[in-house]
Design a protein around this ligand. Structure first.
Ligand SMILES: [Fe+2]
Ligand SMILES: [Fe+2]
Length: 396
């Protein structure tokens, strides 16, 4: 998974618009419910902000799956065996991080590392900030597996369950694990970044979790993951394109290989939701509209490095400016899903369903108009220091 804000509430002109901004949200009255615990000092307050689960971010509902829908997932197991698991790749056919990295057993290891570092010298700081943010997001994988396992209908009951949903979740996690691993090792070897600050950010992020607003509801969870996997496919794909532009073919291959995994994952989740639309069009459409009203918050939205309370917003702003993941991408993904799930063509809907249909179909052009207006009002964004690159300044 990977990465990002809401066109209506962007702090900076170029902040991509995906859901909830990071720590700035915490100053809202809602969040202060989390801070309603006894507090002795400002320091305690800050600590709590980074360890108390963000349960107020969406005024969270913990279980919204209606009883009558639960059976739908049971009845889909045979279908999932044949149509969902085919999108997993056998381990023997998967790339591994070592395929793209200097070989520590070779005599040429030192030379290979030197070459990697020479190439990395040509890459600008803003690119590194975005690659680091993406790597940190990938590294918070325990949170995403936990999210998939929160929905009772598809969860891995034993840790080794043989339902297709559980098999998928474990194998998907195992595939995803290679993403953070590869980017982490590459960044470590590049010599351009403050690994300790990055490692702290990963620890904070896993400790904070996330608030995707999926309410232990597999409809919401699968719509969220369909969106999110496509978002990571686009962002890693753009990182590959820019790495090539900066003359680093090896890094382009790294990002491109990750992007192709994300595309396959996105196709798989989108297929399941397509099936849900087939058997329960009204319920699936209501879930889709619900998810989009809440906005898709990015998995790393609670990112913190021990210094910058708005780190996620800042990282997202740079990603938007250099074109790795933008508000336009958000609208494009939504449009893609609306078409893929044939939302416009759905008939026989309830009154609520028709309302949801109008809302979802009208959303991409609305987001694009808001983004164009925001661009029109844009002012020169400031440059700020990022601890990940030894406090060198990067323009937002
Ligand atoms: Fe990933
Ligand atoms: Fe993925």
């Amino acid at each position: 998974m990977g990465l990002r804000c809401n066109p209506m509430t962007c702090l900076y002109k170029n902040l991509p618009c995906f859901g909830l901004p990071a720590m700035t949200t915490f100053t809202t009255p809602k969040f202060f419910m989390a801070s309603a615990l006894p507090s002795t000092s400002k320091e305690d307050e800050t600590l709590k902000r980074h360890f108390v689960p963000p349960r107020e971010v969406h005024a969270q509902v913990t279980h919204s799956m209606p009883q009558q829908k639960i059976e739908i997932f049971k009845s889909l197991e045979d279908w999932a065996e044949k149509n969902f698991l085919i999108y997993l790749k056998p381990v023997e056919k998967c790339w591994q991080p070592q395929d793209f990295l200097p070989d520590p057993t070779s005599d040429g290891f030192g030379e290979q590392v030197k070459e990697l570092r020479e190439r990395a010298k040509e890459i600008p700081d803003d690119y590194f900030v975005v690659l680091i943010g993406d790597m940190i997001t990938e590294e918070a994988l325990p949170t995403y597996q936990q999210m998939l396992n929160s929905a009772e209908e598809i969860r891995d009951e034993t840790g080794g369950s043989l339902t297709p949903w559980a098999i998928w979740t474990r194998a998907w996690t195992a595939e995803e694990n290679r993403h953070g691993d590869l980017l982490n090792k590459y960044l470590h070897l590049s010599g351009r970044v403050d690994m300790r600050q990055i490692e702290k950010t990963i620890q904070y992020l896993i400790g904070s979790g996330m608030d995707p607003g999926t309410e232990k509801n597999p409809y919401l969870g699968l719509i969220y993951t369909s969106f999110q996997e496509r978002a990571t496919f686009i962002s890693h794909g753009n990182s590959a394109r820019l790495a090539k532009k900066h003359g680093d073919i090896n890094l382009a291959q790294i990002c491109g290989s990750i992007a192709s995994d994300e595309k396959r994952h996105g196709t798989a989740y989108t297929k399941v939701v397509e099936k849900l639309f087939e058997i329960d069009p009204d319920g699936t459409l209501l879930a889709f509209a619900d998810m989009m009203r809440k906005k898709i918050s990015m998995p790393g939205h609670l990112m913190y490095d021990g210094r910058d309370d708005n780190l996620f917003d800042h990282f997202s702003a740079v990603a938007q400016r250099i074109g790795v993941y933008t508000a336009k991408d958000y609208a494009d993904i939504l449009e893609f899903l609306v078409e893929r799930w044939k939302v416009k063509e759905l008939t026989g809907l309830s009154a609520d369903g028709r309302q949801a249909q109008d809302y979802v179909c009208g959303l991409p052009p609305r987001i694009r108009r808001l983004e164009e207006r925001a661009q029109g009002r844009a002012r020169q964004a400031p440059s700020i220091p990022f601890s990940w690159i030894f406090d060198r300044e990067v323009q937002l």
